[in-house]
Design a protein around this ligand. Structure first.
Ligand code: G
Ligand code: G
Ligand code: NA
Ligand code: MN
Length: 250
């Protein structure tokens, strides 16, 4: 079978699962939110989303797959919420999914049917989603914000975001791409980029999170730059729901 057919079958067969990677508030040390990340175990072999998401994007399979991810993530938020754990989940949204005319409606419907507080849902949008669709995207962001969910720009710095654009967009948070964080403790240029993004976020009144934090040196630098949150192997790898929930207090 071709990979698209195998993926279609995987959705039906339950071979897909969501893992969760915690995020930590740097100043307070608390872990209150996590990012959901798709995992595909195909007969014991792990296939990376970096491999199958782009294929799903091209084939259109990302739409049913994205719906599946949203349902799984909302269901998990609901379960934690019912257990008295206020754990927020950040859900990755692909550009094609974001551009569907009924995208906002799908989020509104789930908030209602799963009965979860909107503050427990964050949507991670790519720069491409937000920038390439221009004015239309802005309307979608406004509508999502009105629902009360948080919005973040993923992989910040790798796309075409113009600063002028960013200041006019109703988002809450920017997520500094791993490629900048990775070498920031060795390369002054990378460090300068990360510092600049942190300052930019502050000046625009946005929160900032750094992803791919792997070392203590990176964590300390980020803290000194005023970065709000970190995510990465230094803290924890993506893991199943029952493992990640043990990292959360209260
Ligand atoms: O977890 P990992 O590093 O393997 O993820 C690789 C890529 O796949 C990342 O770009 C990540 O954003 C993307 N990805 C993971 N899970 C999802 C998902 O549920 N939806 C979408 N659209 N992308 C995802
Ligand atoms: O594009 P996105 O940011 O959603 O991708 C997140 C991806 O990065 C996931 O596949 C996740 O497994 C991976 N990841 C998370 N933390 C780290 C880290 O500290 N180092 C590396 N190399 N990858 C990470
Ligand atoms: Na992401
Ligand atoms: Mn990212």
């Amino acid at each position: 079978l071709m990979i698209t057919q195998r993926l279609e079958k995987a959705i039906d067969d339950g071979a897909l699962t969501l893992y969760f990677q915690p995020k930590q508030h740097l100043a307070e040390g608390q872990v209150k939110s996590c990012e959901s990340l798709l995992r595909w175990f195909d007969d014991g072999t792990f296939i990376s989303p970096a491999e199958f998401i782009p294929i799903a994007e091209r084939s259109g399979l990302i739409l049913p797959l994205g719906e599946w991810v949203l349902d799984q993530a909302f269901d998990q938020v609901r379960r934690w919420h019912q257990q008295g754990k206020g754990i927020q989940i950040a859900i990755n949204i692909s550009p094609r999914q974001f551009m569907q005319p009924d995208f906002v409606q799908g989020i509104a419907r789930r908030l209602d049917s799963y009965g979860v507080p909107p503050s427990l849902i964050e949507l991670e949008l790519t720069e491409t989603s937000v920038m390439e669709t221009g004015a239309a995207a802005r309307q979608v962001l406004v509508a999502l914000r009105e629902l009360g969910v948080s919005l973040s720009i993923d992989d910040f710095g790798t796309g075409y975001s113009s600063l002028a654009y960013l200041s006019g967009f109703p988002v809450d948070k920017i997520k500094i791409d791993r490629s900048f964080v990775q070498y920031m403790d060795e390369q002054p240029e990378q460090q300068a980029i990360v510092l600049t993004i942190c300052q930019l976020a502050k000046n625009l009144g946005l929160s900032v999170i750094a992803e791919g934090v792997e070392t203590e040196a990176q964590r300390e630098l980020l803290a000194s730059f005023g970065c709000d949150y970190i995510q990465g192997y230094w803290l924890a790898k993506p893991m199943p729901a029952n493992e990640v929930e043990q990292l959360f207090v209260g």
